[in-house]
Design a protein around this ligand. Structure first.
Ligand code: GDP
Length: 478
């Protein structure tokens, strides 16, 4: 039965061009089918091939998901410690790790890896994953069961662990023995990962991994750009994403649906403060300077960027102070930051002076949590709500090196103006640049030619994988 006022009444594309599967219980996750009410239609369309891949994945996940017969069988193998070449289902377990933006972009990359390798993605819930995100796959769960046999070892997995793939490769080369594969492998793709861990991105070592039923991965990165450089995946990626620079956009909208409490934070804020504006501008301020702020050079940089690219009107410092236009445009600026100082400064400037255009600029900041509190439930709910709210704006300014901003730009399909990283407490000139694509940046990619076995600049190999605007050694898909 269709209730009046439900999204079924609306002629909109609630399944996002077929990205979402129909048939979920709407009440259990309101955001899944309601997001369409808050977003402009995306200019990026998912390919038919991606849609069929997702439907097949959903069937696979349902067949192999937690506590199914196949899952229980494959678990026996994990417990036995031996690797038998073929199992019905193969898995990749994502370990909950790092800040929320990092977690979101890394899950999306690991999901893509699962699609490419016919594995089932299971997500370690950590302290808060289940309170932030709805289940993305129908009639099953993506959460790793709490009784998973080696779950209590996850905290200790690192580069030195005996099941770490990089360590195994390193040892096998120094010992000159052939590698015998265990029943599970740990993959370490964190900032401190070494040469052997990075061999993950080589074709020949991917082939080996295909024989291991359980992979357990810890990564805080968006590894997709480097997956493009693995030959075995290149062709399939091209078919899945003929329009290359919208991978996270599609996967993110497919996977990350805010739970009802988070959806409440988002929709109440949007309707109370943003919905009525003529234009919405998002400004994400993430300052990695540990001294207490706010810093004048950051304020100068934000205003410099906003004025140069006409994102906000300039102020009239000599104006009479009263420029009444009959119907002033209202531009609402949504700011996000751990502190309130930048918001207070900008809001005051536009209160104290008129704009040269006569437009009215209002400023809003949902929270100022003061410091990062990873895996603290309400803190992370607010963080997710703010990333999502930023994604609902029309124009976005983001901070360099920040995955928080990447999530907003990706979900929103917005090519942000990225602030350049300041040096020596001064605003850089130019202050910002518009991003080449809406994709996140891979902050720690390998620079290795697997065939020639020597270093290479992986940002110059193919036209659609480039160095990032905000981090010169990073890689992004464009
Ligand atoms: P990154 O460190 O900028 O790449 O982004 P992450 O999201 O991975 O980690 C930063 C964490 O700090 C977030 O997950 C939040 O917990 C917190 N945080 C940073 N900036 C903000 C903000 O503007 N608003 C809120 N609510 N939390 C923030």
């Amino acid at each position: 039965s269709v209730k009046k006022g439900s999204v079924d009444d609306l002629p909109k594309d609630k399944l996002l061009s077929g990205l979402l599967a129909p048939g979920f219980d709407e009440g259990s996750c309101l955001s899944r089918y309601q997001s369409v009410l808050f977003r402009k239609p995306s200019p990026y369309k998912p390919s038919r091939y991606l849609l069929s891949k997702l439907r097949n994945y959903e069937a696979l996940h349902k067949r192999c998901g937690p506590h199914t017969k196949s899952y229980n069988e494959t678990l026996k193998q994990l417990k036995s410690g031996h690797n038998i070449d073929s199992t019905d289902c193969k898995y990749i377990v994502w370990i909950s790790f790092s800040g929320l933006g990092n977690r979101i972009i890394s899950i999306a990359s690991v999901f893509l890896y699962a699609l490419l390798t016919d594995r089932v993605l299971l997500v370690d819930r950590g302290k808060d994953m289940d309170s932030l995100f709805c289940e993305p796959f129908p009639e099953t769960s993506w959460l790793l069961p709490l009784d998973f046999p080696i779950i209590d070892q996850f905290n200790r997995f690192d580069r030195e662990s005996s099941h770490c793939y990089g360590k195994l490769l390193n040892d096998s080369i120094t010992n000159a023995t052939t590698i015998s594969l265990p029943s599970y492998l740990y993959i370490h793709i964190v900032h401190d990962y070494d040469h052997f861990d990075k061999l993950f991105f080589c074709d020949e070592y991917q082939a080996l991994l295909g024989r291991v039923p359980w992979l357990i991965i810890r990564t805080d990165n968006y590894i997709v750009p480097s997956l493009f450089l693995i030959q075995a995946f290149g062709h399939e990626l091209g078919k899945l994403f003929p329009e290359k620079g919208a991978i996270f956009h599609h996967l993110g909208r497919y996977l990350f649906h805010p739970t009802n409490p988070v959806w409440g934070l988002i929709t109440r804020y949007y309707q109370a403060y943003l919905a009525r504006a003529d234009e919405r501008i998002g400004i994400q301020v993430r300052v990695f300077d540990t001294r207490p702020g706010p810093f004048q050079y950051v304020i100068d940089q934000i205003l410099g960027c906003a004025h140069r690219f006409k994102l906000l009107p300039e102020i009239d410092v000599h104006g009479s102070g009263v420029t009444l236009s009959a119907k002033p445009k209202v531009k609402s600026v949504l700011m996000t930051s751990l502190t309130a100082g930048y918001y207070e400064n900008l809001r005051n400037i536009y209160w104290e002076y008129p704009t040269v255009t006569g437009d009215m600029i209002s400023f809003y900041q949902p929270s100022h949590e003061e410091y990062q509190q990873t895996e603290q439930k309400l803190h992370e709910e607010k963080a997710f709500a703010e990333m999502y709210l930023l994604s609902l704006t029309d124009v976005l300014v983001t901070s360099p090196w920040s995955t928080f901003g990447y999530v907003a730009q990706g979900l929103g399909g917005l090519r942000p103006w990225i602030l350049y990283k300041p040096e020596n407490d001064t605003a850089p000139d130019p202050p910002c640049v518009q991003s080449m694509s809406i994709e996140p940046c891979f902050h720690a990619p390998p620079f290795y030619d697997c065939k020639a076995k020597k270093g290479i600049d992986t940002g110059t190999l193919v036209p659609h994988v480039r160095h990032c605007e905000d981090m010169s050694w990073g890689l992004k898909v464009v």
